[in-house]
Design a protein around this ligand. Sequence first.
Ligand SMILES: [Zn+2]
Ligand SMILES: [Zn+2]
Length: 324
Amino acid sequence: MDDKEFGTRDKRGDWAPIKLLEPAPLWLFPPKPKKILAWIPAYFFPYNVLFMISSIIYWFLVIPPVETMSNFSWDWTINILVINMVLAFIWYQGWEVPLYIKKKQANRFKYNKSFPFDIKNKFFWFKNQTIDNMTRSMLFGVPIWSMLQILMLWTFSNGYIPWINFSENKIWFILMILVVPIIHDFHFYCIHRLIHIPILYKWVHSVHHKSVNPSPWSSLSMHPVEHILYFGTVFWHFLLPSNPIIAIYQLHFAGFGAVPGHIGFDKVEISSKKTFDTHAYMHYLHHKYFNVNYGGDGLVPFDRVFGTYHDGSKESDIRFKPKT
Ligand SMILES: [Zn+2]
Ligand SMILES: [Zn+2]
């Protein structure tokens, strides 16, 4: 497919979409009901529905009985760690292999013309971004994700936090499912702003920002402190009456859902005529400019409110370009 129909390439060969980023129409004033109605399917598909389904399947196939989880023991906790590692590996490699290893669509729709694997960089472990990112994700990211998940399951199983069921409280149950992406965006914005404070940036968040040209494995390539803050999104389900399946959905949203921001391609080609949008541009711009788009996908409009919203336009480019 010809990416020139949808975007332009600059002198360096980097591609940018013509269509500017738009925040969720929920926040438009005056309200535009037609736009909101048209946006609702995009709220659910593909990622939100995918992670809802993955959390239900995960609950029935992976999670042990409540009596087992009420005591910490190596057998069920190790089982969860191993399964999470296998699933994360399949998920991230599932993006990395066609786009970055086999390069099935070359650099069509790719924001940064170069591929990280081709560039040696001494700032990365093994002087290679992909191997560095993969190692950090598997060594710290997935174990911390699993640890917090195990803590959540143990807490629910012992009745230390309220466990609501659909039959008991239908409206609250559905509401909790619907707000998972909003909790994620709100939480991510807050912790992300926090770790951009210079001292925390230097010691913690700079690890993630080493990947100026992110690829799928960059998603969970973070300092362990950032992993704890990032997956700490699960603690919202300690504060709000919830259900462990919804809390797993929250974790899948964080663990698997980090990939859309780091795909590096605006569209993924499924066939010679069909593509799907990745919604990666907002976070790509954060990796490129550092000081814009702290939120995940604009669902919570803090970037707009606090003047850090880069919509991909020339005006935003001029406004946020580092002063030299
Ligand atoms: Zn990132
Ligand atoms: Zn950042």
